[in-house]
Design a protein around this ligand. Structure first.
Ligand SMILES: Cc1cc2nc3c(=O)[nH]c(=O)nc-3n(C[C@H](O)[C@H](O)[C@H](O)COP(=O)(O)OP(=O)(O)OC[C@H]3O[C@@H](n4cnc5c(N)ncnc54)[C@H](O)[C@@H]3O)c2cc1C
Length: 430
């Protein structure tokens, strides 16, 4: 590691989702120099993968893309993508972050985002960015509005045919690229590492991974997105338009036996949103939501729920016990009716699981901040200073501190930026 690989910033923002981008923009607008560290190949977090957002049904990428572009073009913000944070140490009030940038096998300084490499690549791989429903190439720009618009080569699937290297007009493809380690210094840190959905492939009762027409809610977001895999909602097994669709709430959350005892908070609202969008795109479909309680906690959320009921979406108060494959690609849901009592079965063409939500990252062994028992980053003063961690100079924003919707994530990011700015000013004055 040489001196050129050392960089100094006022704030290091870890996580380039909507919370991290908002915190970075608020700090950068005040004149602070900000580094945004993102482990993915693009910034944007989960929000850039969503279709529309509750309760306004605004287009998600119409809100996220301008923020991503503002961060990318801001003179005070530097983006580092495809990066892993190894350690953060603190000496004399300065943080030193050791980072590894994974190889993209494409020189980002040379890549002009022309996609010639992508067009000639002969390898097709299921595209996780589209919920696995469509294919991408082994070298590609991660998704249409990714930032940076630079190709990334997937070494696991590349067969080294050399076509991308030959066609590239700027000689950007570099099969021999190695990981780069560098050190970044900052006077404060904002942790905005978000959340992940639980993976229940090893728990058979919900059929995830085993029954093709059982999908998770992020996959449904892609089916509903205007730039999604099919431009319409089709069930995965046979491409048929589903006539009956069920949403299963608390599929693994509020359930200690599944490892997630807490409420994942935004699932009720996104299931209602998806059900409303579905009833628009498939007006004849029967749409049912199996729920334990509806938690419509935010401004205008209760009205949103009432609107869904008025649109004919059926709400069944029930705890789903098992999901099994039935004939002709249908899915059988066994549930306990919590109003009438008794165990009942119903069949649907497509089932969407509102899975539990877990932290996107664990700071243990990397940076000295503590977590709650649920493993989300601990807010030491959740009521008075919700963005403070137990390490002075390190702040937390968005779903990194617990499941949170976009409105709350953005508000909290603004607060984290203000707290970080105050901290930086106080440190400069002392
Ligand atoms: C199916 C579904 C639909 C939803 N619909 C809505 C909706 O309509 N309206 C609404 O208000 N909310 C909705 N939400 C919730 C919304 O996704 C969250 O509120 C929002 O994404 C939180 O933003 P965030 O930046 O905190 O986290 P994230 O979006 O998770 O972003 C975190 C970022 O940090 C990165 N990261 C993680 N760890 C590291 C690390 N160690 N180093 C570097 N980078 C790291 C991740 O790669 C990611 O880019 C929905 C959620 C789901 C699952």
């Amino acid at each position: 590691m040489n001196a050129a690989n050392r960089m100094a910033y006022d704030t290091l923002v870890v996580g380039g989702g909507i919370a991290g981008l908002q915190a970075a923009l608020d700090l950068a607008d005040q004149g602070f120099r900000v580094a945004v560290l993102e482990r993915g190949a693009s910034i944007g977090g989960k929000m850039i993968r969503l279709s529309k957002v509750f309760p306004t049904l605004d287009c998600a990428s119409c809100i996220t893309t301008p923020k991503m572009a503002s961060a990318a073009h801001h003179p005070n913000i530097t983006l580092f993508t495809a990066c892993d944070l190894n350690t953060v140490t603190k000496t004399g009030g300065r943080f030193k972050a050791r980072i590894t940038q994974r190889p993209r096998y494409v020189d980002v300084a040379k890549c002009i985002g022309c996609r010639q490499c992508e067009y000639v690549c002969p390898v097709l791989v299921p595209d996780a960015e589209q919920g696995g429903f469509s294919a991408r190439k082994a070298i590609c720009i991660p998704f249409s509005n990714a930032i940076p618009q630079k190709a990334v080569l997937d070494p696991e699937h590349c067969m080294l045919c050399g076509k991308c290297e030959k066609i590239c007009p700027t000689q950007a493809v570099d099969y021999l690229q190695q990981p780069v380690e560098f050190v970044l210094a900052a006077s404060s840190v904002v942790l905005s590492t978000g959340y992940e959905m639980t993976d229940y492939r090893d728990k058979p009762q919900y059929g995830m991974g085993a029954i093709p027409n059982v999908i998770d809610a992020l996959q449904m977001e892609r089916l509903l997105a205007p730039h999604g895999p099919y431009n319409r909602v089709l069930r995965p097994s046979d491409g048929k338009e589903p006539d009956t669709i069920a949403f299963v709430q608390c599929a693994g959350s509020r359930d200690h036996s599944m490892g997630v005892g807490y409420c994942s908070r935004f699932c009720c609202m996104y299931a209602i949103k998806q059900a409303m969008l579905l009833s628009g795109s498939l007006p004849l479909a029967e749409i049912r939501i199996y729920y334990m309680d509806i938690r419509a906690f935010g401004k205008n959320y209760e009205q949103f729920y009432q609107n869904a009921k008025a649109m004919g979406i059926e709400f069944v108060k029930a705890k789903v016990a098992r999901i099994d494959a039935a004939e002709e690609g249908r899915v059988r849901v066994r549930y306990e009716d919590q109003l009438e009592g008794g165990a009942l079965d119903a069949e649907h063409d497509l089932v969407v699981l509102s899975m539990g939500v877990v932290p996107g990252w664990n700071p243990r062994g990397i940076i000295s901040v503590s977590c709650h028992t649920d493993q989300f980053i601990r807010q030491v003063q959740p009521k008075r200073q919700p963005t403070w961690t137990d390490q002075p100079g390190v702040f937390v924003a968005g779903a990194a501190a617990g499941p949170k919707d976009i409105v709350d994530s953005i508000a909290e990011a603004g607060s984290a930026a203000m707290q970080a700015a105050n901290y930086l000013k106080a440190a400069a004055a002392s």
